[in-house]
Design a binder for this molecule. Sequence first.
Ligand SMILES: *[C@@H]1O[C@H](CO)[C@@H](O)[C@H](O)[C@H]1NC(C)=O
Ligand SMILES: *[C@@H]1O[C@H](CO)[C@@H](O)[C@H](O)[C@H]1NC(C)=O
Ligand SMILES: *[C@@H]1O[C@H](CO)[C@@H](O)[C@H](O)[C@H]1NC(C)=O
Length: 373
Amino acid sequence: MDRRRRAVESAVPAAVMVLLLLSIAPAGAARRDWGFRSPSSSVGFTEPNTKPDVKNNGQTFVFNYTLAKAIVEYASAVYMTDLTALYAWTCSRCNDLTRGFEVTCIIVDVQNCLQAFVGVDHKLNAIIVAIRGTQENSIQNWIKDMIWKQVNLNYPNVPNAKVHTGFYSSYNNTLLRPAITNAVHKARKLHGARDIIVTGHSMGGAIASFCALDLAIRFGSNNVHLMTFGQPRVGNAAFASYFAKYVPNTIRMTHERDIVPHLPPYFFFLPQLTYRHFPREVWEHEVDGNRTFQVCDGSGEDPNCCRSVFVLFWSASDHLTYMGVKIEADDWSTCRIVLGRSAEQLQMNLASNIVTSGRSVDVVIAGNSVQVD
Ligand SMILES: *[C@@H]1O[C@H](CO)[C@@H](O)[C@H](O)[C@H]1NC(C)=O
Ligand SMILES: *[C@@H]1O[C@H](CO)[C@@H](O)[C@H](O)[C@H]1NC(C)=O
Ligand SMILES: *[C@@H]1O[C@H](CO)[C@@H](O)[C@H](O)[C@H]1NC(C)=O
């Protein structure tokens, strides 16, 4: 694990040098401070804004810590590789604020290394959809890929909106889209109309964005909430404004110097051609030793939030913890292990375990779905 962590860290300077060359321009016209500070220090932000943002149509945006903490625990649990412990909700990451969660569907796409679950949180009175991020043993390649990635797909039926093909296809062209929408339909029928909360970390957050948009169009914008952790950008400005209209209940958590939310790069001087985040960022960082959740402005690219961190200080390790919760793969080589067995065998083992347990859980596993990207 340490060896891999070091590999992850050593990939970052290379990535950062490239980015430095590319994005030497200032983050915003009114920048007061580039966040220059020693990487080991957790202080040094000038004029931290810890007040809630009040420019949201005059309404104060309130960040609910307890709710966010429960959601980050779901985003962390979906990385667990023991599917039996996952459907029974007995996994080591399944026993804090999410206790009592009822999994109704587990989805595994072996070939594309995707995993998700759907279930009902009776305390929150909500349907939860959680989507796993990349297997982290490929995070270096993944980060490098994102530096060069262009917005390369016209988003269907939205003029000028462009998105990242890989993230979009991982949702649209795999098992995820039909399996998640079916599971949400079923859960709503069985448990009544409830809020739908979609979450994911890293690439899982990018895929979760497309999922939330799809669900908002099917089930209504008021019923769908999205909270992602350390997600990369997924589309251009036209897509971001379309997204903000249909999924207004969105929180994009960023953490300290996490590199991933800075990728693929945003160039303020090419507003229509490059990637742009949708709102609303909430930046978790330390201000004078106090952990702060800074509610950012409604632009999606608030220069006073994580964008105030200078490019040389971007960090891969800050990507792996959110709200004090470890959020990374529990087994770094999962995909290889799963691929070693056949999908049919995996499905059979799980199905028989589930029948024995007497629980009602759908397991949807695909070995050979469409190869994305
Ligand atoms: C925050 O969310 C929790 C869980 O949904 C809820 O019980 C609590 O009332 C919320 N707090 C506020 C201030 O809205
Ligand atoms: C998205 O999925 C639909 C239904 O499977 C398919 O017809 C469409 O071509 C896909 N869109 C893209 C851009 O791949
Ligand atoms: C941390 O927050 C507390 C309570 O809000 C405040 O009294 C204290 O001054 C803060 N610490 C620093 C170092 O600013």
